[in-house]
Design a protein around this ligand. Structure first.
Ligand code: FNR
Length: 367
């Protein structure tokens, strides 16, 4: 028996429903993290080490949560991050997320390994809706070049190159479920996939483990889209990304699905921003965070610390799997309502006003 959608009051509620109603294999693929899932749990737990230092007696009648990401406007500083295999959860797949993103004026990142074709997802967008492309780099660079050129031609506004997955991590829940109908769901171009290792490994054999910093100038030369490295995990690599001319980084551990005991993005953010500010580089690169964002307070904390925006993955998959478009719509609305309230409660009326003095981060600094 499905609880009514109105009984979902936060993003965790969708997860609880999805766990009960999803196909076991689909649940295993979406919910799994690498190894013992320590990083996956820490992603959300890390936000709890940060406390607010709100300001009172600020006129907070009018709240404006809108911002820009890579130069494009959006209504609230989160985006729908790329998650593969949308049709495992819902027969219409990623286009459900496209429609919800349009309703809420948020940006959607299209995964290389979407269940829908890339063109279907772009065709589903309306008006000046903004989409980005998440890229897994193929060993055959001619294929990658074609994908990138096509995405740019179809209006994608950002190229997010995933750099934390030269080999897919061990998601044991997923491996145990030995997913059997992945091949027909995916446009990976591989017909003879090895399904014995779960969905993730079955679809990822084309990814080039030789990808390196030397390839970044080549990407620069083949596209005018802003280039963002998704999956950067320490300040050294952020500085290197600036030097390489990248437009952004996503501090991410792939939702805890790759390197086990990698740090959470928010933890990395506190080492990254001071180093950028010290060099006067904070305007040269946009810094994003994903992983474990479940509450508007998580979003606000990341922004106070200097992130331009945050990505959210599993919660929208769960909302989509359980309730389709209405579910994703409600999940986004809940975040908006929470965010408006919490900005009031900390005494900030615009995104520009969010700053580190609104936080106590001693708990993150090893305190
Ligand atoms: C992902 N993620 C991901 N990232 C990527 O670059 N390419 C991909 O194909 C996928 N696929 C994918 C599938 C599923 C089921 C999940 C849960 C995640 C990682 C994703 O973009 C993001 O980093 C995390 O999902 C963020 O963590 P939360 O919000 O899921 O906690």
């Amino acid at each position: 028996q499905m609880p009514p959608l109105a009984a979902c009051y936060n993003l965790m509620d969708f997860e609880a429903v999805a766990r009960r109603v999803m196909k076991k294999t689909a649940w295993a693929y979406y919910s799994s993290g690498a190894d013992d899932e320590i990083t996956m749990r820490e992603n959300h737990a890390a936000f709890h080490k940060i406390w607010f230092r709100p300001r009172v007696l600020v006129d907070v009648e009018h709240i404006d949560m809108s911002t820009t990401m890579l130069g494009d406007k959006c209504s609230i500083p989160f985006y729908v991050t790329a998650t593969a295999l949308g049709k495992l959860g819902h027969p219409e797949g990623e286009v459900v997320l496209t429609k919800a993103a349009k309703q809420h004026d948020v940006i959607q990142m299209i995964p290389t390994l979407a269940s829908c074709s890339f063109d279907e997802i772009v065709d589903a967008k309306q008006g000046d809706q903004v989409q980005w492309l998440q890229l897994y780099v193929n060993k055959d660079r001619a294929i990658t070049e074609k994908i990138v050129a096509h995405a740019e031609k179809r209006g994608c506004k950002g190229l997010f190159i995933t750099v934390d997955a030269p080999q897919l991590g061990r998601r044991e829940k997923d491996m145990r479920s030995k997913f059997s109908d992945v091949g027909s769901d995916v446009q990976s171009g591989e017909s003879n996939v090895d399904r014995s290792q779960g969905a993730a490994r079955a679809i990822s054999s084309f990814i080039d483990p030789a990808l390196s910093w030397k390839d970044i100038p080549w990407f620069r030369s083949i596209t005018r889209m802003p280039i963002v490295l998704k999956g950067v995990q320490c300040v050294e690599d952020v500085l290197r990304a600036v030097e390489a001319g990248c437009d952004g980084v996503v501090l991410s551990n792939h939702g805890g699905r790759q390197l086990e005991t990698a740090r959470s993005g928010i933890e990395v953010l506190v080492e990254v921003m001071p180093a950028l500010r010290e060099r006067g580089w904070e305007k040269r690169i946009e810094v994003y965070v994903d992983g474990g964002v479940r509450r508007s307070t998580d979003i606000i904390k990341a922004l106070c610390l200097g992130a331009k925006g945050v990505g959210i993955g599993r919660p929208f998959l769960y909302a989509m799997s359980a309730y389709g478009l209405d579910g994703v719509d409600r999940a986004m609305q809940l975040l908006k309502d929470e965010m408006e309230m919490n900005m009031r409660l900390i005494g900030a009326t615009t995104i520009e006003e969010l700053n580190p003095s609104l936080l106590d981060t001693r708990g993150l600094m090893g305190g």
